[in-house]
Design a protein around this ligand. Structure first.
Ligand code: SF4
Length: 229
């Protein structure tokens, strides 16, 4: 049981050296009669690598962890913490996802890319090379100034589904159509600097977007309006 874990708590975790102020803040605990509880958190002051050795910190609005992954991540409780405004919306979208409430089963140590690779598989160089060849082509389309529908961002599951439906209606191989309807940008977006790397659909070992309606290679620093964690 998880009586000692409660919403609003702020927890220290095994953050990278120099970023010890980063915290996991518990926003919700989803309990199941059978199966493991899920602890839904946000992450404050999460380190993110910029070019070269430089770092910045961002807020990761939503990170679902199984209770055992949460326990393996944290070291001690540190009072209460603030959740970002977008947390309730992210929680609702995650809870309504038709794929079910997907949660990370591996510990969080301040490196989301590493965590995703641990859970979804390590990189295979052959697959990555194949993606890299196509990614140049798609990157050129975006860099050409293609105007895409970055607004409105789908605030509800119904709005999300409407975009998916439009994507399904595209002719096979219509990459430009996917980029336009998906609202692609070739850089991070918004106050939280959202990008593919932190999106649940991103497969870093293949540089690939695994959302079936997109199913294309993407760079980790790109973004589209179907982004979710
Ligand atoms: S859904 Fe959009 S943001 Fe998420 S990985 Fe795919 S392209 Fe990137």
């Amino acid at each position: 049981m998880s009586e000692d874990i409660a919403t609003g708590q702020s927890w220290r975790y095994r953050a990278p050296e120099g970023f010890e102020e980063s915290r996991l803040v518990v926003g919700a605990i989803v309990r199941f009669e059978r199966g493991e509880n899920i602890v839904c958190c946000s992450v404050s002051k999460l380190p993110r690598k910029l070019n070269g050795a430089a770092h910045e910190t961002i807020t990761l609005p939503f990170l679902p962890l199984t209770e055992s992954a949460f326990r393996a991540s944290v070291s001690e409780q540190d009072g209460v913490g603030d959740l970002p405004e977008s947390f309730p919306k992210r929680l609702l979208m995650w809870a309504e996802d038709e794929k079910g409430m997907v949660a990370f089963k591996v510990p969080f140590a301040g490196n989301l890319e590493q965590m995703v690779e641990l859970q979804f598989g390590r990189r295979t160089d052959a697959a990555r090379e194949a993606s890299e060849a196509r990614i140049v082509e798609i990157g050129n389309i975006l860099a050409s100034g293609l105007e895409t529908e970055i607004e409105p961002f789908p605030g509800t599951q119904a709005e999300f589904e409407t975009i998916l439906k439009r994507l399904r209606e595209l002719p096979a191989g219509d990459i430009k159509g996917k980029l336009v309807i998906g609202g692609f940008l070739n850089h991070p977006h918004g106050a939280d600097q959202m990008r593919c790397l932190e999106c649940i659909y991103y497969l870093p070992h293949r540089l690939w977007c695994d959302l079936p309606e997109l199913d294309i290679p993407v760079e980790p620093y790109w973004w589209c309006r179907l982004w979710r964690v």
